[in-house]
Design a protein around this ligand. Structure first.
Ligand code: FES
Length: 153
């Protein structure tokens, strides 16, 4: 399919319409999540459907997917095309359990917060904030035993 140059969007147009900063667009391109062509002057130009891809990236990040996971999800699309409604349904279905786990982990954290505001113990063994549910007690001391969703850097 032939793409007319008037169908192409500039960085600022994409940034304005997607809500992502221009630096984020450059970053996602470097990471292989987006692609852009260049004008003869070296300026980036994006096809309009990049907006759908960016909406997908934002939704996936909101669910808590890492950049690598977003890239892996996009890589399951044939020919690396942009996600359709059906793709979104398929991919997002598998994220429901993940959201349930996050909600459960955050609920545990909130319950710990109720009992520890200002306590400051940060005990590796018994802290309700760094060790909610005392998970580490089952496997030894250390934050490495926290639920994965609460170990984000
Ligand atoms: S900081 Fe309050 S229980 Fe650890």
């Amino acid at each position: 399919m032939r793409v007319h140059t008037t169908d192409l969007l500039t960085v600022s147009e994409v940034a304005h319409r997607s809500g992502f900063a221009a630096s984020a667009l450059r970053f996602y391109e470097r990471e292989g999540l987006l692609s852009a062509t260049r004008t003869s002057g070296g300026q980036r130009r994006y096809q309009r459907n990049v907006l759908r891809r960016l909406a997908f990236i934002r939704a996936a990040r909101n669910v808590g997917l890492s950049l690598e996971e977003v890239a892996a999800a996009l890589a399951t699309l044939p020919d690396r095309r942009n996600p359709t409604r059906a793709d979104w349904t398929r991919l997002s279905r598998s994220w429901r359990g993940r959201l349930d786990d996050q909600i459960a982990a955050l609920s545990k954290l909130r319950d710990g917060l109720d009992s520890c505001i200002g306590c400051g113990c940060l005990s590796l063994k018994t802290c309700a904030m760094s060790n909610p549910g005392d998970r580490a007690a089952m496997a030894g001391a250390g934050a490495g035993h926290l639920p994965r969703l609460l170990r984000r850097p």
